[in-house]
Design a protein around this ligand. Structure first.
Ligand code: NAI
Ligand code: COI
Length: 367
């Protein structure tokens, strides 16, 4: 059984440099506590600042390492002030997802105890569902091919969405398998396809493939919701969802809504999963408004690291890695359950130091 894992670490830009060091500290601590699992990190510069300094956003060496290592831990990348000549931001995390074929962006929406969440309903305090964002195509796939046509009053810009049969089939297979797993764990096991099939042919195509895959998985419940209605329902009665599966751009937007339900971007973990490879990174960006102020919430990064350990443990049949993941989740949950943490995003003053210290202390108690 494999117990030593090589991890590509990409701190990226902005608050990535604040949440990455404490996350590696947490990982070292938990691995030492559990035994039977150790991580060897190799860190690389990549992102907007690296592009500004070198003209390269994702060095070949970093990409190769990500391919060769067991998993990649990425914080966040991008800076609104640094752009390609065509005006787009530098976002090598998208290239990484595409080049490594990480089609399933798994974004859990799980609330923590002890936080004054934006939705006050009792049921909204105990949310636990997962949004799967297709991460290799959709509207994002057009970003390097966008065109401006016509002149004067007829000038118009076009981005073209890509929805492929292969992309849909593997995504929906993944969603139904997750739905089945969750049903076996006592969740609803309901897979909801979110689209805009009432207006766009590409989404009607996607929905038909969803229905084909659903027919092959009759033991797992499913339904469809249009994306506008999904936005409404995510605010009105989010507890009705279990596994949401959707296109890249819709998933980008709705997963931020999901982060809002948890108390902010600093609470929302994520994993980009392919057949063999995976990258783990929080949903948040580089938070230029709080860089260097100690306000960055490392929770999303911690929970993403736990997702990495669980994925490694399942893939390599290493129960210690799964135990380490469980310990991180429990330590984070227990830290919030004290009711003493209030992150900046919720109007409080708990930043990187306060949150990390309490999570570390709770982890020590689990020894
Ligand atoms: N996966 C990635 O690497 C992503 C990168 N970006 C990039 O990040 C930059 C900023 O984008 P924004 O739209 O402002 O999104 P953002 O997620 O960086 O920030 C949105 C809001 O959430 C807050 N926030 C985010 N993470 C936080 C944390 N861990 N702790 C406390 N507060 C946190 C920020 O202070 C800000 O008020 C842009 O360059 C954007 O392109 C944006 C989203 C995802
Ligand atoms: C700035 C974008 C690339 C953000 C995004 O969609 C992501 O990283 O998930």
């Amino acid at each position: 059984m494999k117990s030593e894992f090589s991890i590509t670490v990409l701190p990226g830009d902005g608050i990535g440099h604040e949440v990455t060091p404490v996350c590696l500290e947490l990982l070292d601590k938990v691995c030492k506590q559990v035994g039977g699992v150790s991580l060897n990190y190799s860190s690389f510069a990549a992102g907007a600042v690296h592009y500004k300094e070198t003209g390269v956003s994702l060095p070949e060496e970093a990409l190769q390492h990500a391919f060769d290592s067991d998993a990649t831990l990425l914080a966040c990348m991008g800076m609104p002030s640094i752009r390609y000549p065509d005006g787009r931001e530098i976002a090598p995390q998208l290239e990484l997802r595409e080049k490594m074929d990480l089609f399933a962006g798994v974004r859990p929406v799980k609330t923590m105890p002890g936080l004054p969440l934006p939705l006050t309903s009792e049921k909204a305090q105990n949310l636990d569902f997962i949004l799967i964002r297709e991460s290799t195509e959709g509207l994002f796939a057009s970003r390097e091919k966008f065109k401006i046509e016509g002149e004067g009053a007829d000038e118009a810009a076009y981005d073209t969405q890509k929805i492929s049969r292969k992309g849909c089939e593997r995504l929906f297979d993944f969603a139904f398998e997750l739905g089945r797993q969750r049903r076996n764990e006592g969740y609803k096991g309901l897979v909801t396809c979110v689209d805009k099939a009432n207006v766009l042919g590409s989404f009607y195509y996607m929905r038909q493939i969803f229905d084909e895959v659903a027919a092959k998985n009759p033991d797992v419940d499913n339904n469809h919701v249009y994306v506008d209605a999904a936005a409404l329902q995510l605010v009105g009665r989010p507890w009705q969802f279990d596994v949401i599966v959707t296109e890249n751009m819709f998933g980008d937007i709705l997963s931020d809504l999901g982060a809002g339900l948890m108390g902010g971007m600093g609470m929302a973990p994520s994993a980009d999963i392919g057949i063999e490879k995976a990258v783990f990174q929080p949903c948040h960006g580089t938070a230029p408004d709080i860089i260097g102020q100690g306000k960055a919430n490392p929770t999303a990064m911690f929970l993403s690291a736990a997702m990495m350990l669980r994925w490694l443990g399942n893939k390599h049949d290493n129960s210690s890695a799964i135990e380490a993941a469980r310990k991180i989740d429990t330590a984070v949950e227990n830290a919030y359950a004290t009711g003493t943490l209030l992150p900046y995003e919720l109007g409080g003053t708990s930043g990187t130091e306060a949150i990390s210290s309490l999570v570390f202390a709770e982890l020590d108690k689990l020894a």
